[in-house]
Design a protein. Structure first.
Length: 165
C-alpha cells in the first residue's frame, strides 16, 4: 500500500511547439537534403519562410547557438530539444546575413526574437531557404500530433504536439 502512495509515478509531459517562422509549412520529406528528409537528426517539420525572423517556439532555454548564427538549439521546460536550422548550406555563409539576439544559457518565452536573417541573401547564396525544425531527443520525445495546416505565423500557430515520458 505504501508503495502505491509513495512509489515513483511515470510522468508524461505534453508540449505544443509553435511556429518559429512565418511561412509555408512543409513535411521533412520535402526538404532537399537527406540529413533532414531522411530524419537522420530526428523527426520534425519544415517551414519555407516568407520573412527573416526566427522566434522561440517554446518556453525554455537556449542550449546551443552556432557561431554562424544559422542554427539554434532550445530545450523546452518540458525537456523537448528543438533544433531550428535556417536554410540549407547556410553554414557556408559564415554568419553573413544573420543576427543573433540571444546567447547560450538565455531563458526564452514563446515569441521571443532569436535570429533575424536576410532572406534575399539566403536565396542568393544558399541551396534553399527551407528551415527544418527538428526534435533532436526523439529517444524520449514523441510527436503525437502534426497540425494539418499549410501556412503558419511565427509565435502563434501550433505546429506539433509532443509527449515526453
Amino acid at each position: 500500500m505504501l508503495k502505491r502512495l509513495f512509489g515513483k509515478k511515470e510522468v508524461e509531459l505534453e508540449e505544443v511547439v509553435v511556429a518559429p517562422l512565418t511561412g509555408t509549412v512543409k513535411q521533412l520529406s520535402d526538404v532537399p537534403d537527406p540529413v533532414f528528409s531522411q530524419k537522420m537528426m530526428g523527426d520534425g517539420i519544415a517551414i519555407e519562410p516568407s520573412e527573416g525572423n526566427v522566434v522561440s517556439p517554446v518556453d525554455g532555454e537556449i542550449i546551443q547557438f552556432f557561431p554562424t548564427r544559422h542554427a539554434i538549439g532550445i530545450r523546452s521546460k518540458a525537456g523537448v530539444e528543438i533544433l531550428i536550422h535556417v536554410g540549407l548550406d547556410t553554414v557556408n555563409m559564415k554568419g553573413e546575413g544573420f543576427t543573433g539576439h540571444v546567447k547560450e544559457g538565455d531563458k526564452v518565452k514563446v515569441g521571443d526574437k532569436l535570429i533575424t536573417f536576410d532572406l534575399d541573401l539566403i536565396q542568393e547564396k544558399a541551396t534553399s531557404t527551407i528551415t527544418p525544425i527538428i526534435i533532436t531527443n526523439g529517444d524520449s520525445v514523441e510527436i503525437v500530433e502534426r497540425m494539418a495546416i499549410d501556412r503558419c505565423e511565427k509565435g502563434k500557430t501550433a505546429l506539433l504536439k509532443t509527449k515526453r515520458s
